[in-house]
Structures are given as C-alpha cells and as structure tokens.
Design a protein around this ligand. Structure first.
Ligand SMILES: [Zn+2]
Length: 87
C-alpha cells in the first residue's frame, strides 16, 4: 500500500525585493567589523618572504569618518621593503 503521491509543487523561493540595498551604513559596519577583527588579532612573529628578516610591526591608527572609535592595526613591514621605497 504505497501511496505514491509525489508532490510536484515547486516551491520557488520568493525573492524578497527589499528596497534596502547595501548602502553606506552597511559598508561602514563591514569596515568597522573588519578593523575590529584585525586590530584585536595580534599577528604572530613572522619573517619576510623576501629576505628572511624578522618583520617589524608598525602600529597604524585607522579612523572612519563619522565614527567615534578608532582602531590600531599592526602592519608588518620589512626593512627590505622600506629600502625599495627609499630608492
Ligand atoms: Zn625583507
């Protein structure tokens, strides 16, 4: 007694045409989240892929226009890169 009642109702998901496109607020939030994540995670001591020297970390402060908070991000820099810039 098998009732083979295959329901062929295709449930097409209705796209919600929300009028809110990714706007500035959303972008700003994404940047905030990114900066918060980067600033909180201290990068491990790593070495330069070019010359093998210990990387130095330059603390940089990021700010967003219209946002009170600021983030400190340690950017890895190597002397060999700086030497290239100076030339
Ligand atoms: Zn280097």
């Amino acid at each position: 007694m098998s009732s083979a009642s295959a329901q062929n109702e295709t449930n097409v998901p209705k796209y919600q045409h929300s009028s809110c496109r990714p706007g500035r607020t959303e972008l700003k939030t994404s940047i905030q989240e990114f900066l918060a994540e980067v600033s909180s995670s201290v990068p491990p001591d790593s070495k330069c892929p070019r010359c093998g020297a210990q990387l130095q970390y330059v603390e940089t402060t990021f700010r967003l226009y219209g946002v009170e908070s600021q983030w400190r991000v340690r950017v890895p820099v190597c002397q060999c890169m700086l030497a290239d810039v100076d030339q």
